[in-house]
Design a protein around this ligand. Structure first.
Ligand SMILES: OC[C@H]1O[C@H](O[C@H]2O[C@H](CO)[C@@H](O)[C@H](O)[C@H]2O)[C@H](O)[C@@H](O)[C@@H]1O
Length: 596
């Protein structure tokens, strides 16, 4: 059975990632890309769906674990009655093949170790044929092959479609196992020197993390979040995935299970802004090139998300052979939200291009051409109902947040045109910006309730309306802004955590606004957004207390998923999620500014 979501550690090579449990089991790994089918999928089922256990014989949980500094090299320690052992897990920067390397280090005494490698390709469905060569065990099925190279001191044998390894580690020993993926028609992968790879991996992360500039009281949290955001970046293209997992539930046992291994324009633009804020400029330049390639074509065909290579077809499928995380079904691969209209993404893209310009990345012609094409599309469509940033699966509505972000798109496009002198229909854009503003203030604000609402004419709330306080849409001391911040704080907070909206049916409707059954946890990014809004309206102390309370639920390694169950007190949803880590970084920077 899979562990709790917060039990998992992340290792990755900037093209894919693996999750390692506190019991020493790698329960999630997709080769060769983030969005490839898994070969270890126990996270969404049982060990029969693939995993790699490496732990002392009879051990359940480790004694402690940590990253070896500002990197993704995981060190898991077990203290046993006969001795102490450390397992060092990492994925080296990609060369010819993607690899996972596990080095067992004897710290004191001697410890009996056991490894169990159960490879199950195609999301746990395919049991490969395994054979032995001179130096490897090779597992092959269909397009995939995995090559396992063990240290000579490891005795391994096949049993019940599992490669079992048994060995003793003594103080001072370092015993590596290297697992590499190759397309199945290739011959053996190049031989990896595990210790050399470890040093290169540590050096690579050290060099990258040295760029991070944050001066404030939350250094460790911010640095870990920035490393997570970097790990979610697909290095060959600059695309950024929303999380490394699929179908970790937003409600245990519920249906709200989605695949996040894609590049949402919303999530990736927010990630970019956080990376730029933290001093990582190169990633912004790479992402902009990714964006220009991904969206090339008719602006009317712009999608709200793409594959890491810019792929457009991300069809949603149900994996009915997988029992799901703690029986949460259906398990989905692909994401039907790809076909939705979400008008906010225009604002997020243009806002991020504006942030990049302010950070010194010049606006070249192709990027400005994109801005103009986006604005031209938005001119004709801003007034339409859409599915909004929460990607509702109910009917389209005039979501207030979507409209605010349309206003942001025109506002930032104008700012860029004004500062660069680039050609633009300035008067027309100003007129539309002001028309949108008036539309929102007339139809999206409920004066009886004293707050902006979730959608035009409704009475329900939405934490995304907090953006009225932080985008410059209205001055922060405007009573409508203060009223909205207070309404969210008073009505969407449960046990100290902010829900994005209510999942109960309201406004006389039979179904919930999101069209889904069940409920969900508190959406963690929204708690940080509330903290940002509190800072905007001058309530720093309240913001700081909220930030610290929310940040405290990150796991022992500083990782956070999408949601939090405020009653069961456990993480929910896909992990680690860019949205949450981005929001944490932004709030930490904001609070540091106030304290500086
Ligand atoms: O709540 C229903 C929707 O949930 C997912 O979307 C959420 O995650 C996205 C990626 O982080 C984020 O951009 C979005 O704002 C969130 O609501 C799911 O991907 C959707 O298919 C689903 O309808």
């Amino acid at each position: 059975m899979a562990g709790r979501i917060e039990d998992y550690a992340l290792i990755g090579d900037l093209q894919t990632a693996a999750l390692v449990g506190r019991n020493g089991s790698i329960d999630w790994l997709c080769f060769p890309r983030f969005d490839s089918p898994s070969c270890f999928g126990a996270l969404l089922g049982t060990e029969e769906h693939g995993r790699w256990l490496l732990a002392p014989v009879g051990a359940t949980e480790c004694t402690s674990r940590s990253y070896n500094g500002d990197n993704l090299v995981l060190e898991t320690l077990w203290e046993t009655p006969t001795g102490t052992v450390k397992v060092i897990d990492f994925m080296p920067q990609r060369d010819a093949t993607p690899d996972v390397i596990r080095i067992v280090e004897g710290v004191s005494g001697s410890v009996e170790m056991r490894g169990e490698i159960q490879l199950r390709f195609d999301y746990g469905r395919v049991v490969p044929w395994v054979r032995r060569t001179d130096h490897h065990r090779v597992a092959v099925a269909g397009p995939d092959s995995v090559w396992i190279r063990e240290h000579p001191s490891i005795r391994s044998y096949g049993k019940d479609f599992t490669t079992v390894a048994e060995f003793t580690v003594h103080a001072g020993d370092r015993i590596p196992t290297v697992l590499s993926w190759l397309p199945s028609h290739y011959t053996a992968p190049p031989r990896q020197d595990a210790e050399k790879s470890l040093k290169e991996t540590l050096d690579g992360w050290h060099e990258w993390a040295a760029k991070i500039r944050y001066q404030g009281p939350y250094r460790d949290l911010v640095t870990r979040s920035m490393i997570v955001l970097k790990a979610l970046t697909y290095q060959p293209t600059g695309g950024i995935v929303a999380a490394v997992t699929s179908s970790l539930p937003e409600e245990i046992g519920g249906v709200r299970n989605w695949d996040y291994r894609f590049c949402w324009l919303r999530d990736s633009t927010m990630t970019l802004s956080a990376l730029v804020r933290g001093g990582c400029i190169e990633e912004a330049a790479a992402w902009r090139l990714w964006l220009l390639r991904a969206v090339a074509g008719d602006p009317a065909d712009l999608q709200i998300m793409y594959g890491v290579g810019g792929e457009r077809r991300l069809a949603e499928q149900i994996a009915d052979w997988l029992p799901g995380y703690e029986d949460s079904t259906p398990v989905r691969f692909g994401n039907a939200a790809v076909a939705q209209l979400q008008l906010d993404v225009y604002g997020e893209v243009v806002d991020t291009l504006h942030t990049a310009l302010q950070a010194g990345i010049p606006m070249e012609r192709a990027a400005w051409g994109l801005v103009k094409a986006l604005m031209s599309f938005l001119e004709d469509h801003w007034h339409e109902p859409d599915e909004g940033l929460w990607e509702v699966r109910g009917r389209r509505r005039h979501f207030v947040h979507s409209k605010i972000m349309c206003w942001v798109a025109f506002d930032r496009a104008l700012k860029m045109a004004e500062t660069t002198g680039l050609p633009a229909p300035l008067d027309r854009w100003r007129t539309i910006r002001d028309t949108i503003h008036k539309d929102i203030c007339t139809k999206g604000y409920n004066s009886a309730l004293g707050t902006f609402t979730q959608y035009y004419g409704g009475k329900t709330l939405d934490a995304a309306t907090l953006f009225v306080a932080t985008t410059g849409f209205l001055p922060p001391d405007d009573p409508r802004v203060v009223g909205t911040v207070e309404a969210v704080r008073d009505h969407l907070v449960h046990n100290g955590f902010v829900h994005r909206y209510s999942t109960a049916a309201a406004d006389g409707a039979k179904a919930a606004v999101d069209g889904l059954t069940g409920r969900e946890g508190a959406f963690l990014a929204c708690s940080f957004w509330l903290a940002d809004a509190l800072v905007a309206i001058g309530r720093e102390a309240e913001a700081c207390a909220l930030f610290e309370q929310v940040a405290a639920i990150s796991n022992d390694l500083g990782l956070i998923s999408e949601e939090w169950d405020p009653e069961a007190k456990r993480q929910l949803g896909n992990t680690p999620q860019a949205f949450t880590h981005v929001a944490l970084v932004n709030t930490a920077f904001l609070l540091a500014q106030g304290q500086g």
